[in-house]
Design a protein around this ligand. Structure first.
Ligand code: SPV
Ligand code: MG
Length: 288
């Protein structure tokens, strides 16, 4: 998909059900049909559905159960948010597990210590890993993979940690040339997105072809076309589906409490018939 030279559209899933929602989603934009190309297994939403903080407390086994559920019902490729990847010896096994499950790639971030979600920015301590240690981790993952297709992306947290573009560029160079990363993820929580565009301008001068992922959560006014123009290859909508479901569930729960019955919410929720056929569309097959 990256080689096709158009932006790859990725969205977060956190269950088999959310994967069915993504499969069902399509829209017409500028006269053509658009769908999501790929899925993102987010550490934030995989933690949030368990009511837990995004600090690597949800185990890899728990995370992989979710991915397994997703891949059983969706044919779309999936990228896995590998957090820091843990110790390199453990990351090697994570890579092999992901490959066996059918995951297309993993993104690991260059943080160390107790991982904090990037959207906290510098409100929390964001400690960055030593460059050589992180390169070694990427290299260990690349050596561990069995197929040539699996991709490892190095995620840059320097802008999140407030360390600036120069530090970010130096790290990105090292992760690709020394670590052997297949691509990078550039992350920021600035609202304007200007730091992303500035980084991309310099990055593309040096590395015209190395794939880059962006996660426009805070700079959500930026369009896919603008990201592509800046040289971004993959755009991840990293948490919008779970955030949408919180609002919808809270509203429904509140209205049921107010009315003392469920009739008032009927028009805003999935009809039961649609619900049961969505998760069981084999009626005809089981009839034969
Ligand atoms: C996630 O989706 O878990 C991410 C992206 O890592 S962010 O939450 O912005 O850190
Ligand atoms: Mg994450």
């Amino acid at each position: 998909m990256v080689q096709e030279k158009r932006i790859v559209r990725v969205i977060e899933v956190h269950s088999g059900f959310s994967a069915l929602v993504v499969d069902a989603a399509s829209a017409s934009r500028d006269g053509r049909e658009v769908t999501f190309d790929c899925l993102w297994s987010s550490s934030l939403t995989s933690s949030a559905i368990k009511g837990k903080p995004d600090i690597e407390t949800v185990t890899t086994s728990e995370r992989l159960h979710i991915v397994d559920d997703v891949l059983e019902v969706s044919d779309k490729p999936i990228l896995y948010d590998g957090d820091t990847g843990g110790a390199k010896e453990i990351f090697a096994f994570t890579v092999r597990k992901l490959e066996r499950l059918g995951v297309s790639g993993v993104v690991i971030e260059d943080k160390c210590g107790l991982k904090q979600n990037s959207l906290f920015g510098t409100d929390r301590v964001q400690s960055l890993e030593d460059v050589d240690v992180f390169c070694d981790k990427i290299r260990t993952g690349k050596d561990a993979q069995v197929t040539s297709h699996f991709m490892i992306f190095a995620r840059l947290e320097a802008l999140i940690a407030g360390l600036g573009e120069e530090e970010c560029l130096q790290r990105a160079r090292a992760y690709v040339t020394k670590g052997g990363a297949d691509g990078i993820m550039i992350h920021s929580k600035e609202k304007e997105g200007t730091d992303i565009f500035s980084f991309m301008k310099r990055w593309r001068q040096e590395f015209p072809d190395v794939p880059v992922i962006a996660v426009p959560t805070t700079y959500n006014h930026v369009t896919e076309d603008e990201l592509q123009e800046a040289g971004i290859n993959i755009c991840i909508y990293a948490n919008q589906l779970l955030r949408a479901s919180y609002n919808a569930m809270l509203d429904t729960a509140t209205k049921i409490l107010q009315a003392g019955r469920a009739k008032e919410v009927d028009s805003q929720i999935l009809p039961t018939k649609k619900m049961i056929s969505l998760i069981d569309d084999n009626t005809e097959k089981s009839d034969c």
